[in-house]
Design a protein around this ligand. Structure first.
Ligand code: SF4
Length: 373
């Protein structure tokens, strides 16, 4: 990432990791932090699963994971991969055959723990299938399913046990000369997760997949993920993220981006800066922001928009945004462009007008970007 010399307090120094490929998406090194989600349809329902993958892709997802619990799902996976606009990770638990089938079906990555799939011969077969089909592997350590010998050694799931588990799986891949892997050490507890991730970040240079597992519903899960993942990302740890929510995968993607946007690690779409509103507001800020969030979903260009109820904070915020609107009373407000007061607009036309201004600005920024490339 580029460092900010004017505002050094904004800098995040990313941990140096190796880079691997998940299909055509680079993960690790200096690649942008990739956003992932997972489908929650039946994998055998190809149409429903592909629709979910496409909706997530529309929301900006880089990589999507799909569960492969049985042979019928492996067969469906082939069609899903064919239809998907983004690389697909196959989620495998224990069944080494599923791992081989998923690699053959075109999965870009297998989420599989080599220590949990049986004897050495089986492990070698899965690794060979992955290698033959250009498939990377994610080792997914989870506090809830730690190996028995580690639970006996440590008494309970703890950061040390999770790191040791991760290193044991890594060793198996390395012993087989397989290095295209990334690793996650997830727990539903943010303290445990954060400590385990810090431990594994020190112990290996593998790219790290961040996640707080079973984080909860949309609001509670978002907060938990923002605290857990936010802290780790701020420390420079994490090359790809998945926010786990009991909600639509599209929400996971949106929350993932919002976390990255808040830390200046990645930008996509319109970053809306809005005030909470109060009796001073010159228009209905909450309804306006809700409407704009929906109307501006199609904008992918990174840009900022301030929607502020009155002149207390409006002009100041507008100074730092591409487009701004500040309520001014008497049924109208001021539109700001590139930080400068531009023209007045009546409250009843302001939503359509702001959408137009944002679209115009996005086209301008896109053209400038193209010219620079
Ligand atoms: S900017 Fe104005 S309307 Fe918004 S919360 Fe502050 S004082 Fe209230």
């Amino acid at each position: 990432m580029s460092l900010n010399h004017v505002r050094p307090w904004r800098n995040i120094y990313r941990r140096k990791s190796r880079q691997i490929m998940v299909g055509d998406v680079a993960v690790g090194g200096d690649a942008p932090i990739a956003v992932q989600t997972m489908t929650n349809t039946l994998t055998t329902d190809v149409a429903a699963t592909v629709a979910q993958v496409q909706a997530a892709a529309e929301a900006g997802v880089d990589i999507v994971r799909v569960s492969v619990p049985d042979e019928a799902s492996s067969k469906a996976l082939k069609e899903i991969v064919r239809e998907s606009p983004v690389p697909i990770v196959a989620d495998i638990h224990f069944h080494y055959r599923r791992g081989i089938e998923a690699a053959e079906a075109g999965a870009a990555c297998l989420r599989i723990n080599p220590g949990n799939i049986g004897d050495e011969k089986r492990v070698k077969e899965v690794i060979k299938a992955a290698r033959d089909h250009n498939c990377s592997i994610r080792i997914g350590v989870n506090a809830g399913s730690l190996e028995k010998h580690l639970l006996e050694k440590y008494g309970e799931p703890c950061p040390e046990a999770m790191v040791e588990s991760g290193l044991e799986h890594i060793r198996i891949l390395q012993d087989n000369d397989f290095h295209e892997f990334k690793i996650s050490v997830k727990a539903s507890d943010v303290f445990l997760s954060a400590a385990a991730y810090q431990g594994i970040a020190e112990a290996t240079d593998a790219p790290i997949h961040l996640g707080i597992t079973e984080a909860g519903g949309l609001v509670s899960g978002t907060i938990k993920s923002a605290i857990g993942l936010g802290n780790l990302l701020w420390m420079g740890i994490g090359d790809t993220i998945r926010v786990s929510l009991s909600a639509d995968p599209v929400e996971e993607v949106k929350v993932g981006y919002e976390i990255l946007k808040s830390l200046g690690l990645r930008h996509r779409g319109v970053n809306i800066i809005s005030c909470p509103s109060c009796a001073r507001q010159g228009f209905d800020v909450i309804k306006t922001v809700e409407a704009l969030e929906q109307r501006l979903e199609h904008i992918k260009t990174p840009m900022s928009l301030s929607i502020i109820g009155c002149v207390v904070n409006g002009p100041g915020e507008a100074l730092m945004t591409d487009v701004g609107f500040t309520g001014g009373g008497a049924g109208s407000g001021m539109v700001y462009l590139a930080g400068k007061a531009s023209h007045k607009m009546s409250n009843d036309q302001m939503i359509d007008h702001i959408v137009e201004e944002v679209e115009k600005k996005a086209a301008e920024l896109d053209a400038a970007q193209e010219a620079a490339e």
